[in-house]
Write a protein that binds this ligand. Structure first.
Ligand SMILES: NC(=O)CC[C@H](N)C(=O)O
Length: 395
């Protein structure tokens, strides 16, 4: 460690981020005190920090926000908390440039700082977020340890050691840790400024959502196109699912390495594919579907995390701006015959969706439910409902 790092740590710093390669950034701590390890990524969204940090797909990750002002609209209990459980169910750490200002929003009920504490998320501000982003851009996402040490007594060597000792995301079936456990139903629909969350009274369809860490806004978007959902966890067998007599199946988003989760859920997913039921896969669900169909997934260098990513729907030629959060990707060269690439990222050409020829099976790598982010991809939920309509009509 450098002399400068040591003296700064001894004087004013109350927080730090250390990388496994020994790089250290000192700053000021916020939120929960203590040390958290995980994969460090950057997110380019400029709104929606509450939704981002509660997304279960961020389990075992530390999110650096490239947008400098995070926390200034405070937090509220109603807004899109994508998972209800605090702790390891979502992001472990948050890094931002500027100090948190007093909340300025009519809906705010809590400061960002005390919300971070409540969720068990360690925060760090006052570091050069652009330098860290450039480092990730050049070297890829990093094994890291973040700490908030209110008394300033930071042990940087121990922090670097913690970053090195962290086991990493590859081969980790993290979805098993974040699913909701007990089955539940959803009929809640999307939030509107005038009326708050809505309710689906007369469902046209009933689907089973296999929960690998499902974001609540997926369930609400389904309700908005007439779909009631029963949520079951990723350990469910095909027989459990079939007994619920669904019109279709959704494989949800979730954290960790799809190649690890497929070992636990592969038999069920393959049986669902063979059943002929309409299927929608989202993010981890898309990757699991691809694996079950015979394709391969791989780790990305930087991944995609933001709410401003252009994606092309190859069936219509339309470009949509989407919400993204993934660090693994489907290798389109490995898609078997009959499985077509349906969407592609216009940032780097990576795969962003698939469709099975002449079968009611679609999936996307991005987040059609937004939360946060643009709503350009809401149409996918209707596309899924249309597949169920056709399936019912025997087409
Ligand atoms: N949002 C997700 O479902 C993420 C999928 C997977 N864990 C990845 O990082 O690629």
């Amino acid at each position: 460690m450098s002399y400068l790092a040591k003296t700064q740590a001894a004087t004013s710093a109350t927080g730090a981020i250390a990388l496994a390669d020994g790089t250290v950034f000192l700053g000021h701590g916020a939120g929960a005190a203590g040390v958290r390890t995980g994969e460090l990524c950057f997110n380019t969204a400029i709104t929606g920090y509450q939704e981002i940090l509660t997304d279960p797909s961020y389990a075992s990750q530390i999110v650096l926000f490239t947008f400098p002002h995070i926390g200034n609209v405070g937090t509220n209990d109603e807004d899109h908390e994508e998972s209800s459980e605090p702790g390891s169910h979502a992001a472990r750490g948050a890094i931002f440039r500027e100090p948190i200002t007093a909340p300025s929003n009519w809906r705010s009920t809590n400061t960002f700082d005390s919300w971070l504490k409540k969720r068990g998320i360690a925060g760090l501000f006052g570091v050069d977020t652009r330098a860290i982003t450039r480092l990730i851009r050049e070297k890829g996402m990093q094994k890291a340890a973040i700490c908030h040490q209110p008394d300033g007594n930071i042990d940087l060597d121990a922090l670097i050691e913690a970053a090195r000792a962290w086991e990493g995301l590859e081969t980790a079936d993290l979805a098993a840790d974040v699913d909701t456990g007990a089955d539940f139903e959803n009929s809640e629909s999307l939030w509107l400024p005038e009326t708050g969350y809505g309710h689906l009274d007369k469902p046209a369809f009933h689907v089973v959502v296999v929960d690998f860490g499902v974001k609540k806004n997926i369930l609400r978007n389904l309700a908005n196109v007439g779909i009631r959902a029963t949520v079951v966890n990723g350990d469910a067998s095909f027989e459990d699912i079939a007994a619920l007599k669904p019109d279709g199946i959704v494989f949800s988003n979730g954290p960790g390495d799809p190649a690890a989760t497929i070992k636990r859920s592969g038999d069920m997913i393959r049986a669902v594919i063979d059943s002929g039921l309409p299927i929608l896969g989202i993010c981890l669900g898309h990757q699991l579907l691809a694996l079950a169909l015979g394709a391969k997934t791989m780790k990305m260098a930087q991944g995609h995390h933001g709410a401003n990513h252009p994606v092309k729907d190859l069936s219509t030629g339309k470009v949509e701006i989407v919400s993204m959060n993934h660090g693994f990707t489907v290798d389109p060269a490995t898609l078997p015959t009959g499985v077509e690439e349906s969407h592609r990222s216009l940032f780097d050409g990576t795969n962003s969706g698939l469709a099975v020829k002449d079968r009611p099976i679609i999936s996307v790598q991005h987040h059609p439910e937004a939360s946060p982010g643009p709503q350009d991809s809401f149409y996918l939920f209707q596309r899924f409902a249309d597949l169920m309509t056709q399936h019912r009509a025997g087409k």
